[in-house]
Write a protein that binds this ligand. Structure first.
Ligand code: SF4
Length: 421
């Protein structure tokens, strides 16, 4: 049983405890092993199973039935039938139009006090490759993004205990947003993962709700759902034991949604996790979305699959996983499985071209995705991990990718609205 971090409200901690889907102890071993698809009885997923899964999710995503069906789906291998089912559901829920956003990533520092097992981005002060950008430099980049037609800044960084103004972490983060809003008025500020938000609150000994409210007042428009990794404690214990717990991630997300902010949802996959862990993660996302909608909150705006990149990752995990780049077939299967499992609870699905390359992301559009993400203009976290997808895409390249599939393409705002002409 994890302890409630003091910054979290009792209500969000309590809701997170209800909504986080866990593996029943008795079924753990059975679900770890999973079905054994053999040539005689290949794993299949048909319309009947899909209907049963969606009915089970509507009743209770934490039920044994939902977990068993989700696990069955997540053990279904890549096949033309799986691809077609996911593609059909994408067309039904999101239509044929492929969307993208013109945005700029701002990774403002990689100084970080944690040591996640997969992270090639973090540095200690003074270490080669360490950076902590000034507000002036970030403002220049923000202004440049606006000149280039950007509508969004995506702001994330390491957990740097020195990032304070007049002794306060919250003042530093609020001042960063204010500075960016001044330099690039009108751009949507999408920033700070649940881990970063909790870090700010803990640094200042404040309730998370105070942090969220003050950042909203400084211009925060929505929150990236990163730091979720895999919402399975047994994976987190090995992958990122210093990070906020799965339950704490859910509690932060509940407070973000309750404050009226949307967030994205992510899954980092292709490392230590089993199909059962992926099932827990995706079922938890459904439970969180259901709770947000019950309260007339916007909840999650999209689901983003983030394949693990091992090329420059710390050696222990890299050796254990034994693969430096994502397995493309496995990631396409998971793309389709996620579309099928998340059903009408998540309309928008996005692949990561940074991790898969643009060709890989374009293929993912045939396996359930409807969005190509952003232009980014710069990217540090995944490129430092050794990803080969690049750090910037032009509008033309993204539009050409969609058109190569014969699909219409549309520029969107962060929250999938129309971009003003
Ligand atoms: S993933 Fe984030 S929190 Fe973890 S070590 Fe890297 S920068 Fe720090």
């Amino acid at each position: 049983m994890t302890e409630r971090p003091q910054a979290l409200a009792a209500w969000s901690w309590c809701e997170a405890g209800e909504l986080l889907v866990r593996l029943p102890a008795a079924s753990s071993r059975e679900l770890d092993i999973g079905p054994d698809p053999s040539p005689e009885s290949p794993g299949t997923w048909g319309a009947e199973q899909q209907q049963r899964l969606q009915q089970a999710l509507a009743r209770d995503p934490a039920s044994g039935e939902a977990l068993a069906l989700a696990h069955q789906l997540l053990c279904t291998p890549a096949s033309p039938a799986l691809q077609a089912s996911a593609d059909q559901l994408r067309a039904q829920l999101a239509g044929d139009t492929v969307t993208y956003v013109v945005n700029r990533n701002l990774n403002f520092t990689n100084l970080c006090l944690q040591h996640c097992g997969f992270c090639a981005f973090r540095r200690d002060p003074g270490e080669p490759g360490a950076f902590w950008h000034s507000f002036e430099l970030l403002q220049q980049r923000a202004a440049e993004a606006r000149q280039r037609g950007g509508t969004e800044l995506c702001i994330q960084g390491g957990l740097n205990p020195e990032a304070r103004l007049q002794g306060s972490a919250l003042r530093y983060y609020a001042a960063l947003l204010t500075a960016l809003a001044e330099a690039a008025p009108g751009l949507h500020l999408h920033g700070f993962s649940p881990q970063e938000l909790l870090f700010i609150a803990q640094q200042d000994g404040l309730p998370l709700q105070t942090v969220i409210t003050e950042l909203q007042q400084a211009g925060l428009g929505s929150v990236p759902g990163t730091a979720a990794e895999v919402l399975s404690e047994r994976v987190r214990r090995r992958l990122c034991p210093e990070k906020l717990s799965a339950r704490a991630w859910c509690a932060v997300i509940r407070e973000v949604h309750a404050a009226g902010l949307s967030s994205t949802a992510t899954l980092m996959a292709g490392h230590l996790e089993q199909p059962a862990d992926r099932a827990l993660h995706l079922l938890t996302l459904v439970a969180l979305q259901q709770r947000a909608w019950q309260h007339q909150q916007n909840g999650f705006s999209e689901f983003v699959l983030l394949p693990y990149i091992g090329a420059s990752a710390p050696a222990p995990l890299r050796q254990r996983v034994g693969r430096d780049q994502p397995d493309p077939v496995a990631m396409l299967a998971l793309t389709a499985q996620a579309r099928l499992l998340l059903g009408h609870w998540f309309i928008n699905h996005q692949p990561s071209w940074v991790k898969l390359g643009l060709a890989g992301a374009t293929e993912a559009l045939r396996w359930g995705c409807n969005d190509l993400g952003g232009t980014l203009m710069e990217e540090s976290i995944t490129s430092m991990a050794g990803a080969q997808g690049g750090t910037c895409q032009s509008v033309e390249a993204l539009e050409q990718a969609a058109r190569s599939l014969g699909r219409p393409v549309r520029r969107r705002t962060t929250l999938y609205g129309e971009v003003a002409a």
